[in-house]
Design a protein around this ligand. Structure first.
Ligand code: UDP
Ligand code: MG
Length: 333
């Protein structure tokens, strides 16, 4: 009994499904998303809630969402105090969610809401995580597709948790997994890795990722590279190990080469030459050293961010229509 009570109670709530929509400047697409999402949710058995998380939009996205919240008490609008990034916005949504199952979906309609019933079906069959894998990446360049493929391969060889390829943030998580994720203390939120970290029973569904409904992607190559480095350095220390191994290999070959030079000079003399080989060795060593120091810096930087213990995000407002109608019904019953 004592053991059971020390395990966190994964609060049973009446809400079956929470859908989290993080958005940043999506005013043009939000009404369409809301219509499609609401019609899908209305066909689902059980109570549902939608949490829109405004990640510091500077257009009138928030106004659009606040119009939806006036429709029903099951629609919640959470507004962060500035743009903290999608990873933080998703964390805010997860912390607010009450559903037994939680689905995260992009606002730009690249993840079709019509797939939600299929995802729920998998959850009802006992899966804790339903990953949605893109079978095709429509509206993305060849270069982006190829670099993504190489990156996932690299990430998975380096990190211990298995991060599924071509799975974005569109996925279903059970309450239990969400509770575990909410308790993870790290500031650096590489969500793709964090979602896979708890493990549990996982399944993957294929879907065709649509092109963006309107507007532009919020990621440029520079921010994608940043995200990629975050992913590797927050889920693996193997780059450090690789640096040590390269260092060891270079040092041992230098030693062997040094011995050769000594022996050669002793027996054959040394006509002064060797400027090119000198330069190459120096440049190579310098390059490797700088790279390794930079790598160390990445990890030290991460430790620096974590030790500050700043909150992941700040919530400026939470808006939800009071559940008056639901209460009135309950009173009559
Ligand atoms: N997003 C966000 N905060 C940001 C950037 C993006 O909440 O700082 C949201 C964005 O509004 C969208 C989702 O994250 O709902 C995915 O963004 P985007 O479509 O730009 O990424 P992509 O689909 O190109 O990976
Ligand atoms: Mg998108």
């Amino acid at each position: 009994m004592g053991i059971v009570s020390s395990i966190p109670t994964f609060g049973k709530t009446a809400i079956t499904l929470t859908v989290i929509v993080p958005y940043f400047n999506e005013a043009c697409v939000l009404p369409e998303l809301h219509t499609r999402l609401s019609s899908v949710l209305s066909s689902i058995d059980g109570q549902t809630e939608i949490i829109y998380v405004n990640d510091g939009s500077s257009d009138n996205s928030l106004d659009a969402v606040e119009r939806f919240t006036s429709e029903a008490s099951s629609i919640v609008s959470v507004s962060l105090s500035r743009n903290f990034g999608k990873e933080a916005a998703m964390s805010a949504g997860l912390a607010q969610s009450k559903g037994q199952a939680v689905i995260i979906i992009d606002a730009d309609l690249q993840d079709p809401p019509e797939l939600i019933p299929q995802m729920l079906e998998q959850w009802q069959q006992g899966y804790d995580v339903v990953n949605m894998q893109r079978s095709e990446r429509l509206g993305e360049t060849w270069f982006k597709r190829q670099s993504a493929a190489i990156y996932y391969r690299l990430l998975n060889t380096m990190s211990k948790s298995n991060i599924p390829e071509n799975v974005g943030d569109f996925r279903l998580l059970s309450r239990e997994v969400v509770d575990h994720i909410n308790r993870l203390p790290e500031r650096n939120r590489y969500m793709k890795g964090i979602f896979s970290w708890p493990g549990f029973k996982q399944t993957t569904l294929q879907f065709q990722r649509e092109a963006r409904h309107s507007g532009e992607t919020k990621w440029n190559y520079l921010s994608l590279i940043g995200l990629a480095i975050d992913g590797i350095t927050s889920f693996s220390v193997s780059p450090l190990r690789i640096a040590s191994v390269i260092g060891f290999l270079v040092a041992s070959s230098a030693f062997i080469y040094g011995m050769l030079i000594v022996v050669k000079t002793l027996f054959l003399g040394e006509p002064t030459s060797g400027y090119p080989s000198m330069m190459i060795v120096q440049l190579a060593l310098g390059g490797i050293q700088l790279l390794s120091i930079g790598l160390l810096g990445e990890y030290v930087g991460r430790i620096f961010i974590e030790t500050k213990q700043r909150p992941l995000y700040l919530i400026q407002s939470v808006n939800q229509k009071p559940a008056t109608t639901a209460l009135a019904l309950e009173c009559r019953a």
